[in-house]
Each structure stands twice: as C-alpha cells, then as structure tokens.
Design a protein around this ligand. Sequence first.
Ligand SMILES: C[S@@+](CC[C@H](N)C(=O)[O-])C[C@H]1O[C@@H](n2cnc3c(N)ncnc32)[C@H](O)[C@@H]1O
Length: 333
Amino acid sequence: MKNLPLPRLDENRQLHDRLLRYCRLKEGQVWDDPEAGHRVGCLDSTNPAHIKELMEGKKATLAIHDPPYNSIAFKKECIIGFIQWCERWIDNTNFALTPHSSLYVWLGADQADGFQPLPDFMIMMREKPFKTRSFITMRNQRGYGTQKNWMAVRQELLYYTKGTPVFNVDAEYTDIPKILRGYYKEVNGRTTENIQRSKSDNIRAGNVWVDIQQIFYRMEENVNGCYAQKPLKSCERIILAGSNEADIVIDFFCHSGSTLIAAEMLGRRCYTIDIDPVYCEIAIRRLERFRRTGKTGWQNGNPFEDELRKDEQLKKLAGFENRILEELEQMLS
Ligand SMILES: C[S@@+](CC[C@H](N)C(=O)[O-])C[C@H]1O[C@@H](n2cnc3c(N)ncnc32)[C@H](O)[C@@H]1O
C-alpha cells in the first residue's frame, strides 16, 4: 500500500479544515475513555471553567505542559502578552494539582530574540506557588545553525513542585553504562571504587538528557501532520519520576497525545486537552490504534488515511463520471 504522509497541519490550513468533519469532538466537548479512564477535551487551557469541567472535582499529581512558544504560534504576540497568557494556564494548573505535586514545562529560548520566552517565563513563575527544582536540558541529535554559531540542539524543560511530591529516582537511570572508574572512597574500612558503591551500573540522566532520540519521520512513533511531537521516552521518564500508578497526569497542550500514550503504557490516567479538534482526534486515534496494534504512531501513514483514501477514490470516481457525461453530451450533440 502506498505511503500517505500528511504535511504539517499548521502549514496547510485547507487540509486541516477538511479534516474537521472527521473529528468526534467539537469545541467545549470532552471524550471519556471507557477503558482506562483517560479524558481528552477540546478545551482552552486558559479558561478556568474549561479546566474545572476537565477535572470533574478530581486532582492530578503531575502536570506536563508543552505550550506553543515560538514565532509560528505567536507571530503577532509580544512577550508581555505571551507571559500573561502563560500565567492563565499556570493558575489553572495550580487549581488542577494536588497540594503535593509536580509541574514540568517544556519551553524554548530563542537565541535570535533575547533568549525569549524562557527568562520572562521563569520570572513570572517566581510569583506562583511553585518551587523551582530543576532546569533540564534535552539534547537533540540534530540541530539548526550556521557555521558562525554553536549549533542549537537544546530543548529546555523546567521542573517545579508544590509541597513534597513523589520523586521516583529509579526513573532517572538511563541505558548508558558507566565507564568512568577510580573514584575511590573508604567505606567501613574498605577501599571501594565508584561503580561498587553505586545503585546501578548505568548513569543517571541528571539534568542533561542525552539519551533520547528526537522524533523524525522514520520512527514508528512519528505522527504525520503534527509539528511539535515530544518523544515518548521523555514523557515516560517524567511520568515514572513524578507519579504513581493510577495517578492522574494532566497535559493542557495535547497535540499528538504523547503524554496520553505514555500514561496509557504506564498505567496512569491522563486528562489532556487541545484547543484544536483535529489534534484531539489525532490523540484519541493514536490511543485507539496503540491498543489495537501496539504501534505508537503512524511512521509513514497518518491518522486520517482511511478517510483521505476514500476522498481520493470519490474524487477519481467523480472525474470518471464527468468524463462519461462529457462524452455522452458530445455523442448526443
Ligand atoms: C507544542 S504542541 C504540544 C506537543 C505535544 N507535547 C506532543 O508531544 O505532541 C502545542 C499544542 O497546544 C495547542 N494549544 C494552543 N493553544 C492552546 C490553548 N489555549 N489551550 C489548549 N491547547 C492549546 C496547539 O493546538 C498545539 O497542538
């Protein structure tokens, strides 16, 4: 069967709008997952009433947010407007979290524009009831840059907490074996070296994650049509560290549904929203397909391939009918 990749939907408005008719959620609606208790809402993260509706009186122990922050998403917004917008979903996050909970926010620092919005976001957060815990960097393999500057390969991830939430340190261990030896220390009168003393033969991820593959089209988890997909492995690491089984994890910027899939894999419930019905539909279809096939994405296909194939066949059929009608008209004239 021919591959059917979708172009980025944010860059192809016509196709995006064509897909709206296949979306089960309209603005303001929520899909309740009958199998594992997830919820996907077509809601606005800045609207307190929407978040109240999403949470249904429940609270989450972990929030993982990946807001749009670049010039694509906020072409016309100035930084002040952007930070005010962030403040609204941060306040809603505070409402949705338990008193002992963790918050992770993916953000960017545009080197061509005062490293925004990261610094102003950090300053805004100083006034909020969250404690700063870590400033994590995920290193991408590929980057962008010129021969006259350092290649940009960094993805920033901020970690905040409220109260004293769970931190499962086992989640920190990577698959990378320790190679450095020789850091000797006396323990109970015996000279030990670092590998003997440590909990694991592998290194901890620490606050610089170098072991996560960024998404590209050859990967199974790739979701065509999406433009800002986070690797499942990064979501899994955060979920394992910051929640226990059956906990609720929230994500106010669902997009391809990476947090949702990782939560499903790890036995957590995910309450997630996107303002755009197309991304809500993509995330729900991704979950349903994962359950049916064990596949985490579409690689070269796409979430709407059945409908788009039918559309193509109908178009071909219509062309065929038109040609026959034209021929008939010519014969009769
Ligand atoms: C950077 S993407 C998130 C990517 C996601 N972490 C993933 O792995 O697929 C941001 C998403 O936020 C959505 N969005 C933008 N404004 C929103 C709002 N006010 N409320 C909810 N979602 C919003 C966009 O439609 C977009 O899908």
